[in-house]
Write a protein that binds this ligand. Structure first.
Ligand SMILES: Cc1cc2nc3c(=O)[nH]c(=O)nc-3n(C[C@H](O)[C@H](O)[C@H](O)COP(=O)(O)OP(=O)(O)OC[C@H]3O[C@@H](n4cnc5c(N)ncnc54)[C@H](O)[C@@H]3O)c2cc1C
Length: 448
């Protein structure tokens, strides 16, 4: 009697369909469990077919169907033989393994619930970015139908739990101990990991300040989860994943990043990127007191002295807190010409900012730089003088309430985001505005 040979049907290999990749942010690469995908300089995948198992995960995550399956000549030969001989085809193991793995991950992810915001504080004074995060956190929690919680860690900081309730949190996890008086990476990340291990939040948001960046990176590394830094947009998709949008590839594209296989989903957001929510002191919530077994002797780093950076000689003006910013770019031509912008800023009660070109030229200190590698600002009025409007500048100021652009090139991209555009020579326009402001002020004084 003739027994049929049991041959496995080849799964094929993945390959890129030319011209279809949109460089979405390496989703296919991060989803490949076999390290078969690398990215080229343009953000498109390079697939190592020796490592590719044909599992099709990359095809499923690609948002534009830019990948397809093909069969190598050897695999094609097997397929032809199977077709000709009518041989039994055995379901390939890797498909079964993939679905088992998917089920395991899905059940793990289901254990995580809630949106958590880390409340940053220094000497008990909260960073306002934490309240901004409660604003966006409330939108995410509402969409997911889960609780919005704050994490408060420090020394005598219970009042911050109540303040977080007034900005929308309904529960606050508090670790209050002298060991947390000064921020140090080790005790703080251990405290957060302790809380997340115990209560399993699905989303944790942290301000992208110096402290927040240090802390979020340590927590994500310890928890072996994904972290998207400097997000400019956060929302929830139809599968309840957190969509984390941020500039990528030098700011030339906006990438939307998902943490599909691990929890919590972690993001940092810079100050002033999200809107400040309404404060309502009548709101109340629940405080969950926690502690971790950590003493001063367990911590290697000691804080000997805290030196205020303003005393250490840094720029005393914080442009990100200003309501009016008059910014200058390469069109200012020289350092001394910034005097003109200072005059206008003084008239309006504002401060002077700048583009990176002006900082690189040594005309302005780095603390005044607006943009992707500078500060994100959201003033009531932003006046851009001699700034072209490169995407890296725009991401730092495009959410200002009113943008006034002065540029002699009517094609300058800054006009695309401007509320009012003035095409002209800034050395004529700015003095004219200063004179007009002074005239208006004088006539108002005379009326009084
Ligand atoms: C990774 C990366 C990060 C970056 N981060 C930042 C960042 O954080 N912030 C930032 O600003 N840039 C950043 N850049 C640089 C950015 O790409 C631009 O090079 C920069 O913003 C250009 O500065 P600018 O507009 O002052 O100069 P330019 O692009 O040279 O523009 C000067 C403008 O002045 C106008 N002008 C000249 N003379 C006059 C006049 N007399 N009157 C009116 N208009 C005049 C010109 O028409 C022109 O539009 C980054 C770049 C990279 C690659």
């Amino acid at each position: 009697m003739h027994e049929k040979t049991k041959l496995k049907k080849p799964l094929g290999k993945a390959r890129l369909i030319p011209g279809k990749c949109i460089a979405c942010g390496a989703r296919c690469q991060s989803d490949c469990r076999f390290q078969a995908i690398d990215m080229n300089e343009d953000g498109a995948p390079i697939i190592d077919i020796d490592k590719c198992t044909g599992c099709r995960r990359c095809l499923k995550v690609c948002p534009v169907e830019a990948l397809e399956i093909f069969f190598t000549p050897e695999q094609q030969e097997i397929l032809n033989r199977l077709a000709q001989e009518g041989t039994d085809i055995v379901a390939p193991d890797s498909e079964e393994e993939t679905s088992d793995e998917e089920a395991r991950i899905a059940s793990k992810l289901k254990q995580y619930k809630g949106v958590w915001i880390f409340v940053e504080q220094t000497d008990g004074k909260p960073a306002t970015v934490s309240w901004e995060l409660l604003g966006i956190g409330a939108d995410l929690a509402k969409k997911l139908d889960v609780e919005l919680c704050s994490i408060v860690i420090g020394d005598k900081v219970e009042n911050l739990c109540h303040e977080s309730f007034s900005y929308g949190a309904t529960k606050s996890y508090l670790i209050d101990d002298p060991v947390f008086h000064h921020y140090r990476t080790e005790p703080y990340y251990k405290a957060i990991c302790h809380l997340t291990d115990k209560y399993k939040p699905e989303i944790v948001l942290v301000g992208a300040t110096g402290l927040g960046r240090d802390l979020a990176g340590s927590v994500a590394t310890e928890l072996k989860t994904g972290l998207t830094a400097d997000c400019t947009g956060l929302s929830i998709d139809e599968k309840n994943f957190l969509l984390q949008t941020r500039p990528a590839f030098g700011g030339n594209i906006m990438a939307t990043i998902l943490t599909e296989r691990t929890r919590p989903q972690m993001s940092t957001v810079r100050p002033h990127v999200m809107c400040m929510p309404e404060k309502d002191v009548s709101r109340e919530g629940t405080i969950v007191r926690e502690s971790i077994p950590l003493t001063e002797d367990d911590i290697a780093v000691k804080v000997l002295e805290v030196i205020d950076d303003h005393r250490a000689g840094a720029d005393a003006i914080d442009i990100s807190a200003a309501d009016i910013i008059v910014s200058g770019g390469r069109g200012m031509l020289a350092k001394e010409n910034f005097r003109l912008l200072r005059e206008l800023a003084d008239e309006l009660g504002g401060v002077v900012g700048s583009s990176r070109s002006a900082v690189d030229a040594g005309w302005m200190p780095p603390e005044r730089q607006v943009g992707q590698t500078g500060k994100t600002v959201r003033p009531k009025v932003y006046i851009a003088c001699g700034i072209s409007g490169a995407i890296q500048h725009l991401v730092g100021m495009q959410d200002s309430d009113v943008i006034i652009a002065i540029n002699r090139d009517n094609q300058a991209p800054i006009f695309e985001v401007a509320t009012y555009g003035i095409v002209g020579d800034l050395f004529q326009v700015v003095p004219a505005i200063i004179n007009r402001v002074r005239e208006l002020r004088t006539s108002k004084t005379n009326q009084c």
